[in-house]
Ligand binder design. Structure first.
Ligand code: URA
Length: 229
């Protein structure tokens, strides 16, 4: 990763600020002054800025607006994964909390905090996940009620959910389970088909509408605190 990016990602300042410090000769890598922002570093080096060590970040909490066409896995294979999008020196320690289908877009929480991930994924915690589903056919009010009450799928009946009709063919649905293809299967039971699925909420997090698909940002301290509550 580029040195200027490493410094700003580690919280040493904005990209512009760290570039200015670099230019003035305020950064050393393993004892040598480095002025070129493009210098590649791995994070294994001793990096000082204005004489202070820029330490590796611990407890990384990221919100990604997942684009379609990438899988939510950490395994490098032939298919692009969400981790290919995350340009961070410690990304090898991080993983997405839960999965979204390849064609599903929206909020994905990525962290290196195994304990928090474990708690958020625990079925006992009944963590809410909110989706906006676009549908092939109109949805009726009785169908909205069915979604709310529980849908008998092959392997289980869905727990009570919150469903709101946003328009004839668009529904906002909050579920507390996270079974494979769950939202698509719920609408499948109603003989409808999901043509587009976007997650807009996960636990206490709401998708930042300013975040373009394919971009990510760190959570704010407040967002992290709320998640841990
Ligand atoms: N339900 C689905 O069907 N797909 C997702 O990606 C998430 C929930």
């Amino acid at each position: 990763m580029r040195l200027d990016k490493y410094l700003s990602n580690s919280g040493a300042g904005s990209r512009k600020d760290v570039k200015a410090v670099l230019k003035k000769g305020g950064v050393t890598v393993d004892g040598k002054m480095v002025k070129d922002a493009k210098t590649e570093v791995t994070g294994e080096e001793e990096i000082l800025m204005n004489g202070m060590e820029v330490l590796l970040e611990r407890g990384i909490y990221i919100m990604l607006n997942k684009p379609g066409g990438v899988i939510s896995s950490t395994e490098a294979g032939r298919t692009a994964t969400v981790m290919d999008i995350i340009d961070h020196p410690q990304k090898k320690d991080m993983f997405p909390v839960g999965r979204l289908d390849k064609d599903t877009t929206g909020l994905l929480f990525i962290t290196d905090d195994g304990q928090l991930a474990h708690e958020l994924l625990s079925p006992r915690k009944k963590i809410g996940k909110t989706y906006i589903a676009d549908l092939e056919k109109d949805v009726s009010d009785p169908e909205i009620q069915k979604l709310e009450q529980g849908i008998p799928l092959k392997d289980f009946t869905t727990a009570p959910a919150e469903a709101e009709k946003l328009s004839a063919r668009r529904v906002k649905l909050t579920i507390t389970e996270g079974k494979y293809h769950q939202v698509k299967r719920m609408f499948g039971y109603l003989e409808n088909r999901v043509t587009g699925l976007r997650r807009v909420g996960f636990a206490t997090l709401t998708l930042d509408e300013e975040l373009a698909e394919g971009s990510w940002r760190r959570l704010t301290t407040e967002e992290v605190d709320d998640l841990k509550k």
